[in-house]
Ligand binder design. Structure first.
Ligand code: SF4
Length: 505
């Protein structure tokens, strides 16, 4: 996916922290009935854990006040977003909004809803159409899962009507909990919601400084969200909590002064007390004991307080919360890619693109012919490896010297630091490919941009065009194609390619 667009650190979609859940996780936490308080899932009594009070909402009056303040603020200040009123819209938008900013999503959302105005229409779409519309949004499996879910939902609709199980299916479609807020409205169920924005808000409200992606903390946050959710307006309440995280309680510079729930926020209270303490010290007043918001068990190892190794840092203020375990370093990957170009029937350049496998990274998307390179391969060897790859693919000799090095394009996926080493290979004449190899087709520049290609491939083509000393089509040694019967310049399949001077056998 296009993680380069995702916010860094604890930031994420809509400027908020990111957290994804598998379908199994979601079903475990939300789709199945939660055990009664004090009971295990099999009904047996559970030994009560002593509640760390400062991390809880236990005062009914405070809960009521927080609900009222938050909903009043939401009614007054909510953003006018196109997906607010339609449950299906909430579902689509929440999946699009994973790791992606609202401003980016709106155009994709509008085009999606216009193209597939009903679930039935989406269910009948091809994966190719879905990928084409999704191109550039990143995390491409999301679109595929949306479409798969629409097919399953349509089937469920046919046999059993909408049910809570169906709701779970919708929600799980994106390996995230995208539409619980909408589902809560739709099915009038007072169910809390926990996404990246909510995690940030709740961790700050209750000074939760343990790793916010760890299962015990996530479970505690679900409990808290279910406790807080307004019983008469659950959907609005959940939307309001997410909205607060997206617009006020943002990752880096939260607007605490404008926050409708600031009087319930323990992180803010701690900051205020520290400021008061510092000011008293400045004026030489006797040192009061700072009444910090620790739960009193920190020294003994409270599972929700910041770890002893990373205590509260006054310079960070409320942004001490939430905390996440250090991210794994992205895998470094190098790929050689070749822009094969020919002149089309009207003299305009055309490019060869091939389709990636239907699973794995960028599944089903189109790209220029590419080869994953072994670590530490020298440039000369890279070129030879790519030439061998193209040769095996096309079935005819390709000399490494025919490949013109254009440069490198770096693209950051969520877990991969990808460098594309870009080569160009102009071809002379009408060229088609062995139909036994990966699906492939020739496209004009316009068709390329309308195809299901990743942002990285668009960068590759952009860089190829921008290369000043080697305009495409001016290779000193263009490969000569062998003409074959059948449709010519705009066809996708057919013949083989020969280097200039090579003989067909
Ligand atoms: Fe977030 Fe500040 Fe509001 Fe606390 S007071 S919830 S830190 S914006």
């Amino acid at each position: 996916g296009d993680a380069s667009r995702a916010a860094a650190g604890t930031g994420g979609r809509r400027g908020g922290a990111s957290l994804t859940f598998s379908l199994g996780d979601w079903l475990r936490r939300a789709g199945r009935p939660r055990p009664l308080p004090g009971r295990l899932e099999d009904g047996r009594a559970r030994a009560p854990a002593p509640p760390p009070a400062p991390h809880l909402f236990s005062d009914p009056a405070e809960i009521e006040a927080l609900r009222g303040n938050l909903l009043a603020w939401y009614d007054r200040c909510k953003r006018d977003l196109p997906w607010r009123t339609l449950v299906r819209g909430v579902w689509v938008s929440e999946i699009m909004l994973q790791q992606t900013q609202v401003a980016t999503v709106i155009d994709y959302y509008n085009r999606w809803m216009q193209k597939w105005p009903t679930l039935q229409a989406l269910a009948q779409a091809s994966l190719e159409e879905v990928n084409e519309l999704w191109a550039g949004l990143g995390y491409y499996s999301r679109g595929k899962r949306l479409q798969e879910a629409a097919r399953k939902v349509r089937w469920c609709w046919g046999v059993g009507g909408v049910s809570k199980a169906l709701c779970s299916l919708w929600v799980g479609a994106g390996s995230h909990l995208p539409c619980l807020a909408g589902a809560a409205s739709c099915w009038h169920k007072a169910t809390g919601v926990v996404d990246g924005n909510v995690i940030r808000v709740l961790c700050r409200l209750r000074c939760i400084g343990a790793d916010s992606s760890s299962p015990p903390v996530i479970d505690r946050l679900w409990d808290m969200a279910n406790t807080l959710v307004d019983r008469s307006r659950p959907g609005d309440f959940n939307q309001a909590l997410m909205e607060l995280g997206a617009t006020v309680c943002v990752p880096k510079a939260p607007l605490c002064g404008e926050c409708p729930v600031k009087q319930h926020c323990r992180a803010r209270r701690r900051v205020e007390k520290e400021l008061a303490f510092a000011s008293q010290k400045l004026f030489g007043k006797p040192d009061p004991v700072p009444d910090v918001e620790d739960c009193g068990k920190c020294v003994g190892g409270c599972p929700l307080c910041p770890p002893a190794t990373e205590p509260w840092d006054s310079s960070l203020g409320v942004t001490n919360f939430p905390r996440k375990a250090a991210k794994k370093q992205p895998r470094v990957v190098k790929t050689a890619t070749c822009v094969l170009e020919r002149r089309g029937c009207h003299g305009a350049p055309e490019y060869l693109i091939v389709q990636r496998p239907n699973s794995g990274l960028l599944a089903g998307l189109w790209e220029f012919p590419s080869l994953l390179l072994a670590q530490g391969l020298q440039e000369e060897k890279q070129q030879e490896a790519l030439a061998d790859h193209l040769q095996a693919w096309m079935g005819w000799p390709v000399a490494a010297g025919d490949l013109q090095l254009i440069g490198e394009v770096v693209h950051i996926f969520s877990h991969i630091h990808q460098t594309y080493v870009v080569y160009s290979l102009p071809l002379d004449g009408d060229v088609t490919l062995d139909p036994a190899s990966s699906p492939s087709r020739w496209v004009t520049e316009e068709e390329f941009h309308a195809s299901a290609v990743s942002t990285a491939m668009k960068k590759v083509l952009g860089d190829t065009w921008a290369f000043p000393s080697f305009p495409l089509g001016s290779s000193p040694q263009p490969l000569r194609a062998v003409p074959v019967p059948g449709p010519s310049c705009c066809s996708a399949l057919g013949s083989l390619v020969l280097p200039s001077g090579a003989e067909s056998t």
